[in-house]
Write a protein of this length. Structure first.
Length: 333
């Protein structure tokens, strides 16, 4: 079967053997696979992501072989929940596998087929298109919903968002659907345009040529009440804490493993800032964002590229250069 692999700092389409499901796994035919920003580092380093030979963890498809599953049958539509937990701890029992102390991440979605344990499969209604399901049941809107449900956004409330990559675009789209007034800081001209024209951002700012603090004074004199940091850039994360108003909320959704020099007294204590995080999504989050879709939330405008898996080398380059919105691969065209 066809699959994508990261070799020598590039995406390569290879022929690999069909995966063989273990007794507790389902064989799923991949119908849509989306590129995620977390694939940047393994892509550039030409290595496996999470120890997997084939990358990709945002996927929708249909069950090819349900194995011993009593929940799914052949032909059922599913979305991929990429975090596998122990199944027994407090968090796993609540469906929050991402907090399991022994969790590990499933990869392998950029291929024609994938094997997944039953808890990593989320049931998708039959009327939901595959490219819709991969957005609702993935990082783009799954994380966005998990973030938004913590923020208590009100109509016309100014919200500053740092970063308009895939996660940022999802959060901007959801915030606008909830009625917020969204200001976006993003260095890529392409992504600023995408945030404005596709996700509905009210104002977009270029942090390379504009003083964000000065611009925000014109919009919200006391600072934004809510700041959502989606880039993972340490400078943007510090700016989030500096710019948020006293008793405001900062939510980090962008990954940063390099560390951050926070001065708790200045950045948090004396301002009484509420600092939150949003990590992945659960099946209940999928149900919530599916309900918003039924009520009119349109995720499709976030897709800039719908391409066959054969075009993966090109679109991965464009994605890594910040020249795409959300990219969806189809192994069957």
């Amino acid at each position: 079967m066809k699959a994508v692999q990261f070799i020598g700092g590039a995406a390569t389409v290879c022929e690999v053997p069909m995966p063989r499901p273990r007794p507790e796994e389902l064989l799923v035919k991949v119908r849509a696979s989306a590129i995620c920003g977390s694939e940047r580092k393994p892509y550039l380093e030409g290595r496996r992501q999470g120890g997997a030979e084939i990358p990709g963890h945002e996927m929708s498809g249909e069950v090819e072989d349900p194995g011993a599953s009593r929940r799914f049958k052949k032909g059922d539509r599913v979305a991929m929940q990429a975090v596998e937990g122990c199944g027994f701890c407090l968090f796993c029992r609540r469906g929050n596998y991402q907090f399991c102390s022994t969790r590990h991440h499933r990869e392998g979605a950029h291929a024609a087929y994938i094997c997944l344990p039953e808890p990593c499969c989320i049931s998708v209604p039959g009327d939901i298109p595959f490219e819709t399901a991969v957005l609702l049941g993935g990082d783009t809107l799954g994380v966005a919903f998990r973030a938004a449900r913590q923020l208590e956004v009100t109509a016309r409330q100014p919200v500053l968002v740092f970063g308009a990559g895939p996660i940022g675009l999802g959060i901007i789209t959801l915030l606008k659907f909830l009625g917020a007034y969204v200001i976006v800081s993003e260095p890529s001209a392409y992504r600023r345009s995408w945030a404005r024209e596709k996700a509905g951002a009210d104002i977009t700012l270029d942090p390379q040529t504009q003083e964000i603090a000065v611009e925000m004074k014109e919009i919200a004199a006391d600072g934004p009440e809510i700041v959502v940091e989606c880039s993972g850039n340490p400078k943007a994360q510090i700016s989030s804490l500096q710019l948020v108003r006293c008793q405001g909320t900062v939510l980090f959704a962008g990954e940063n493993y390099a560390g951050l020099e926070i001065v708790p007294s200045d950045h948090i204590i004396h301002k009484e800032v509420r600092l939150l995080g949003a990590f992945y999504y659960s099946e209940s989050d999928f149900a919530g964002v599916l309900d918003l879709f039924r009520r009119g939330l349109d995720p499709h405008r976030l897709i800039s590229h719908r391409v066959s898996i054969d075009e993966a080398p090109r679109v991965f380059r464009e994605f890594m250069d910040g020249q795409t919105g959300k990219v969806v691969l189809d192994p069957w065209v």
